[in-house]
Write a protein that binds this ligand. Structure first.
Ligand SMILES: Cc1cc2nc3c(=O)[nH]c(=O)nc-3n(C[C@H](O)[C@H](O)[C@H](O)COP(=O)(O)O)c2cc1C
Length: 178
């Protein structure tokens, strides 16, 4: 047997491949130690129906991570297709992210953005090591959605718009999953 050849993991190709999986875009918010936080995230996903759980992950390098870990509630603001500027604003490390941004106060202290496609108000459920990210799992306490608003889509490093087809997907989650 020859020496074991280790192929370098191609991070750029990995990112490119991950970009083939489109997501929506959220601004997840919270208030911790009297500071308002908001971060654009594509890592939001559904996790459990009963109990109602969702997840998102935050980069360990984020300066605000220690504050996020202290938050007693979060709001997941699912952006509508006309909210790309809000997405870009909350994707930057700016100290004045909230300047000129209208918001309402959520029940757990997390700011709620107007004009969104949906909002989920949550409390912490669990946090896990997620490699270079921290995985947050949260329990949904209340939510609302505007079905007439189309969601903003993110894929291949760009924003996209959703185009529906006439094909209906099977009901999911299927009973067979349980
Ligand atoms: C479309 C999009 C999706 C993003 N998703 C995430 C994410 O899921 N988790 C994360 O930690 N950062 C994500 N980011 C980057 C953060 O939004 C950005 O690093 C953060 O807002 C920086 O601000 P802060 O350091 O002041 O908190 C995303 C950025 C964009 C543009």
């Amino acid at each position: 047997m020859g020496p074991e050849l280790k192929t370098a993991f191609d991070q750029q190709a990995f990112r490119q491949a991950l970009g083939q999986f489109p997501t929506g875009v959220c601004v997840v918010t919270c208030t911790a130690e009297f500071e308002r936080l908001g971060m654009t995230m594509s890592s939001f996903n559904c996790l459990s129906l009963d109990p109602p759980l969702i997840l998102f992950s935050i980069d360990r390098k984020a300066a605000s991570l220690s504050l996020w870990e202290k938050a007693e509630g979060y709001a997941v603001n699912v952006l509508a297709e006309n909210q790309k500027e809000i997405s870009n604003r909350f994707a930057k490390s700016l100290s004045n992210k909230w300047e000129g941004t209208r918001f309402a106060h959520g029940q757990f202290g997390a700011p709620l953005l107007p004009g969104v496609a949906a909002v989920f108000e949550c409390i912490p459920w669990a946090k896990y090591d997620g490699g270079d990210h921290t995985l947050f799992i949260a329990e949904v306490k209340s939510f609302s959605s505007s079905v007439d608003r189309m969601p903003l889509v993110f894929s291949k490093g760009r924003y996209a718009a959703l185009q529906s087809t006439e094909f209906v997907a099977p009901l999911w989650p299927l009973d067979i999953h349980y």
